[in-house]
Ligand binder design. Structure first.
Ligand code: ITT
Length: 240
């Protein structure tokens, strides 16, 4: 049986033809749609066992990003995945994630990366959060990290996977690992912040690890089918 070529309507900038793509070749690459180096490091480890080459925006000269206008993590994750699929032509994984603090009515939530305004550092954002929670007692410092991973396929099918980690906002930052709000995200069952955990432990129990594990199951199934039959049949939809 020969390789199957499927029509796609998306502009595939990095593919020899904008009208047809070779599904098996596309399925050998996974576009990791993030500019956040902390996320890249985690995904390299979380997805490391997949028989797929991970490709980042800088590797293919993509430097633009969509405006994250969604009201939910899910909307933003999908918006990013579809945006980068259009530009890379590759099976694309994007994540939208953030911190929901109960005493801030769920904020900063989808605005976590922009909390405090543009151009400030992770530690500036952590300082702003500490200030916002000044005087808030321990029992009211409950919070959670949420992550939605979106997979977008060149045949326009997509699906999303959720992960959550519950914790407390610490009274002061601790630890040097991870990124973002990790130094103030306290895990009561371990008695330390996310930034005090070795990366391999964070990658076992984080919100991103949970969402990535679910996405991995899907990807493993897909790549197994690809390897088994040599070429894949068209997928109608596997919306989650
Ligand atoms: P991309 O959109 O390019 O992926 P980003 O950093 O802008 O990068 P998000 O819009 O998803 O990504 O914002 C997520 C923010 O939430 C991130 O910048 C951190 O401030 C915070 N965050 C998410 N996951 C985190 C984690 O595992 N540890 C600490 N902070 C995290």
């Amino acid at each position: 049986m020969g390789h199957q070529l499927l029509p796609v309507s998306l502009p595939l900038l990095n593919h020899p033809s904008s009208k047809w793509y070779h599904r098996e070749t596309v399925a050998l690459h996974l576009f990791l749609a993030t500019y956040n180096p902390g996320k890249v490091a985690e995904y390299l480890s979380l997805l490391g066992t997949l028989p797929l080459d991970l490709v980042t925006p800088s590797q293919v000269g993509i430097t633009t990003a969509p405006e994250e206008t969604g009201a939910t993590f899910e909307e933003n994750a999908l918006l990013k995945a579809k945006y980068y699929l259009e530009r890379s032509g590759l099976l694309t994984l994007a994540d939208d994630s953030g911190l929901e603090v109960d005493a801030l009515n769920g904020g900063p939530g989808v605005h976590s990366a922009r909390y405090g305004g543009p151009g400030i550092s992770d530690s500036d954002r952590v300082r702003k959060l500490m200030k916002a929670l000044e005087g808030v007692p321990w029992e009211r410092r409950t919070a959670r990290f949420h992550c939605v991973v979106a997979l977008a396929w060149p045949d326009a099918a997509w699906e999303t996977f959720h992960g959550t980690r519950e914790g407390y906002i610490a009274l002061e930052p601790k630890g040097a690992n991870g990124f973002g709000y990790d130094p103030v995200f306290f895990l009561p069952e371990l008695g330390m912040t996310m930034a005090e955990l070795p990366p391999e432990v964070k990658n076992r129990l984080s919100h991103r690890a949970e969402a990535a594990r679910k996405a991995m199951l899907r990807l493993q199934k897909e790549t197994a089918v690809t390897q088994l039959v040599g070429n894949r049949s068209p997928k109608t939809s596997f919306r989650g």
